[in-house]
Ligand binder design. Sequence first.
Ligand code: GLC
Ligand code: CA
Length: 516
Amino acid sequence: MSNTQMAWWETAVIYQIYPRSYQDSNNDGIGDLPGITSRLDYIAKLGVDAIWISPFFKSPQKDFGYDVSDYRDIHHEYGSLDDFDELLSKAHDLNLKVMIDIVPAHCSDQHAWFVESRQSRDNPKADWFHWVDPQPDGTPPNNWLSFFGGPAWTWEPQRQQYYLHNFLSCQPNLNHANPAVQDAYKDVARFWFDRGVDGFRLDAVHTINADSEPYKNNQPNPDFEPGPYPQQQQPFFRQLHDSAQLNQPPIQIFSESFRSVADEYGDRYLMGELHGDDPIAASQTFTAPGRLHATYNFNLLRWEGLTVEEIKEAIGKAVSAFNGTGRLSFAFSNHDVPRSVSRQMSALGLGTDKQDALQLLLLKLETCLIGSTCIYQGEELALEDVKDIPVQLMQDPWGIEFAPVFPGRDTCRTPMVWRGDASNGGFSKANSTWLPIDQRHLQRAALDEAERPTSVYNEFADFLSWRKQQPAMMQANTMSELSGDDQVIVFDRISDQQTLRCTFDFNSLTATFEEL
Ligand code: GLC
Ligand code: CA
């Protein structure tokens, strides 16, 4: 493929921030927007191109912001719209693009839209959600299950009907087949683009339900194997979803209408989080012309970690579908899975003496792949996963649902620490923080690490600035097939000007680069 000028997002390294756990500025034990603003210098010095901030909109916080009660306002614990504008302008001064995390599939049951819709069958918002009559025996209309456990249907006595939710019952699914919902969503997009945001991470786009009538049953999944982890044993995974509950063709009404708004603004970016029975096929559909720019790839995010061969296979599969394009984003970590270095140390049988070297290798590997990369706060410090949060301190509703067998997602959401010797690691001066701080993290506090020349933070920063100089990385999104023995990953990045052989050796935990 010939090299053309690429858009910023095609090669971007995106730093994901979980706002509740980044930096507390008013000492209530909860991170907030002014806290993030105060740490943007630290992020910019790392050399990333963009930040993605997990939801900070008005919300009852039942799913920590993924349950939005007003898409155009800021949740009071996180600050105000003025605080957001300040964050955005400082980020732009530092040459950081800003992506925000919008949840189009569902809102909170406290959102005015749902409050109205649930009241009767004939109010102006009556068709904004998925309302269905019970079957003659009173049961829900089909066998769909919620990802967080239990049926995907909840009874509403005021309407004498069930409504659909793919996650918590307080996260009702919007009906995107309704043009009024589409318009409302376009307005949300404009509201934030007008403020100057550079892009959206679109939450769980595979779970958008647009015109799902007649709500066919999901079929059993013949390949279901319970797996060692409680979250893999959920009944949800005993079903196939792509011919009924998820990834239905009318979802593209949403991606096309949202994209048309993005295009009014120029160089903006839409990245959809997407899953399903066949995520690659679904990603191709979602990123067809006129739809989303890219999707977020889950191949490297497996809960139990991956062997080197499995990493190779995971990358190879995604690349074979998207080679030559920037239409995908790789990640080893996010706010939904155990932290990458811990997962991979256990999958590869490595001890903590290898923690830094392994984390750095993973960071280099993912940022050498085609497309953009999403790294998660704390990966630049090789923070370990926090497995031992006592059940009474757990916050994640999914974890609480399946406690004590499932630790949930709190393990990767504990607060960042900034100074090893400060109270609460410098995250907050409150007596207690919303999730406990891990004592091991204090040895890896962010500002301490940024001052230590050989830290993962600084080695990765050096690497990112070197990466920016490589035409093979920055001027084309093309790579060769992967090779190497069972502990080594080798591939070439190829542009008109340069072919760069990239070798990731998991024996020595080193990455080497050779210009061919
Ligand atoms: C996505 C988010 C996750 C959230 C869910 C429901 O998977 O990443 O944190 O709980 O959607 O919105
Ligand atoms: Ca706060």
